[in-house]
Design a binder for this molecule. Structure first.
Ligand code: MN3
Length: 203
């Protein structure tokens, strides 16, 4: 029995991200997909030397291990989803303020330019994946990852915010209109307080 790998509590009710993300999407995305990764990972590591390790250590140890892709995928998806739920807030969205706003201006030219770059990167990501705002030594950068790939294992990179662009994140609410989902998340849900804490911890 592994006690370190758990489905984290949400910081809001499932209906509180409406109308951008419906309670029904949360029921499936959090309650079935995210929970499913937790159940699968527990089975995969049971009786192995990864049992009892922290989630972060399991991800780092399996990231370049081609014989353990399933463990990496499930572990990284747990981490990515936990990060995604915290990247959203019913009181979020719009233009940030403070140190992170200054860094956005410095790195992208303006909030408006950042907003368009983030939205179009998320929309262009081919197939399943994630769009990330990250901190690097030189400033902020937008990157996308495929499937379960995660900036957690990228040297010198600290994740600040993410948007899940797997179809299961938006299909119930928007069908093929990924960009509408992305625009809603950026303008109404992005949790800049979470991003600011991540930025503070990256220094
Ligand atoms: Mn997802």
């Amino acid at each position: 029995m592994n006690n370190t790998i758990q489905l984290p509590d949400l910081q809001y009710e499932k209906s509180e991200l409406e109308p951008v993300i419906s309670a029904k999407t949360l029921e499936f995305h959090y309650g079935k997909h995210h929970a499913g990764y937790v159940t699968k990972l527990a089975k995969l590591i049971e009786g192995t030397d990864l049992e009892g390790e922290s989630l972060e250590d399991i991800i780092r140890k399996t990231a370049s291990d081609k014989t353990n892709v399933a463990t990496f995928n499930n572990a990284a998806q747990i981490w990515n989803h936990s990060f995604y739920w915290r990247s959203l807030s019913p009181k979020g969205g719009g233009k940030p303020s403070g140190a992170i706003a200054d860094l956005i201006d410095k790195s992208f030219g303006s909030y408006e330019k950042f907003r368009e770059a983030f939205a179009s990167a998320a929309a262009r990501q081919f197939g399943s994946g994630w769009a990330w705002l990250v901190k690097e030594a030189t400033g902020l950068r937008i990157l996308t990852t495929t499937n379960a790939e995660t900036p957690l294992v990228m040297p010198g990179v600290t994740a600040l915010l993410t948007i899940d662009v797997w179809e299961h994140a938006y299909y119930l609410d928007y069908q093929n209109l990924r960009r509408t989902y992305i625009d809603g998340v950026i303008d109404r849900l992005l949790n800049w307080e979470f991003a600011a804490r991540n930025l503070e911890n990256a220094r």
